[in-house]
Design a protein around this ligand. Structure first.
Ligand code: ARG
Length: 269
């Protein structure tokens, strides 16, 4: 019996490889190795979707307390296309990943960069947005290169973000020049009142801030030191059906043109 399997193994392997080779490059890469559709979500199931709503234009709260933004519109469109129900929760960024494992939340969509480290503890959908880390420079500061950050006293980041990682890469992991804040609005406030002399964050967020605060005279500096990053939707590792549902729904709204409509609502030139 063992011998039997052993004889078939090379063939099985070849067949798998051939199949993989046939996958179109741009396919939404379903997490599993077969193309079967995700099981429909149970009719009464409402998924808890969490985000740190302090990150416009991806997520923020209105004065009435409603969570709005690109991520909300995308998830609403996905829920509609995929036939599932969602409920949104505003969650502090610090500890947001732990709320997946604890079962408190089922889905995280929060401008979350897919990283190798995060992939150890959760699963990510296919990428749905691309950014890179950039430097927000206030008027009067001369920053052109990442190394120029070394001449400053304090550089602001949100704790535990990829901006934090980027700052550590330039200034050193234990640098006392890195000023860590709990949320983006707190970092921005400190840039505005001169507490930190520059800030690092995601390009789309920094661009959005500059556009809406043009009177401040702030600039966005892009440096080659920071690589491209991709946002993904996170679910628990064991929730393979839910991950499939995320990928399929995302693919559906890309194909229907809904993704593009939402994109231009937030990022039209
Ligand atoms: N993309 C960055 C990261 O994953 C920042 C995300 C912050 N998101 C938020 N909603 N506050 O680390």
């Amino acid at each position: 019996m063992f011998a039997d399997i052993a004889k078939k193994l090379p063939f099985m392997l070849a067949a798998t490889l051939a199949l993989a080779a046939c996958q179109p490059k741009e396919a939404a890469a379903p997490a599993g190795d077969n193309a079967s559709a995700a099981a429909p979500a149970p009719a009464d199931k409402v998924y808890n979707v969490a985000m740190n709503a302090n990150f416009p234009p991806f997520e923020s709260t209105t004065t009435g307390g409603e969570i709005v933004g690109f991520d909300v519109d995308i998830m609403n469109a996905m829920a509609e296309a995929g036939g599932f129900k969602v409920k949104y929760k505003n969650q502090p960024w610090d500890g947001i990943f732990a709320t997946l494992t604890s079962g408190e939340n089922d889905i995280l969509i929060s401008g979350i960069t897919i990283t190798e480290e995060r992939k150890q503890t959760m699963s990510f959908s296919a990428p749905y947005f691309e950014v890179k880390q950039v430097i927000l420079v206030p008027k009067g500061q001369d920053i052109k290169l990442a190394d120029d950050l070394k001449n400053l006293d304090r550089v602001g980041v949100t704790t535990g973000t990829t901006a934090d990682t980027a700052a550590q890469k330039i200034l050193g992991a234990t640098s006392t020049k890195i000023a860590r804040f709990e949320s983006l609005p707190l970092v921005i406030k400190d840039v505005e009142n001169g507490g930190v002399q520059a800030m690092i964050s995601d390009s789309a967020v920094v661009a959005h801030y500059i556009k809406n605060n043009s009177d401040e005279g702030f600039t966005m500096v892009e440096v080659p030191d920071f690589p491209k990053e991709e946002y993904g939707i996170a679910v628990r590792k064991e929730d393979t059906e839910l991950l499939k549902l995320m990928d399929e729904s995302l693919q559906k709204i890309r194909e229907s043109g809904e993704y593009d409509r939402i994109y231009s609502k937030y990022f039209a030139q």
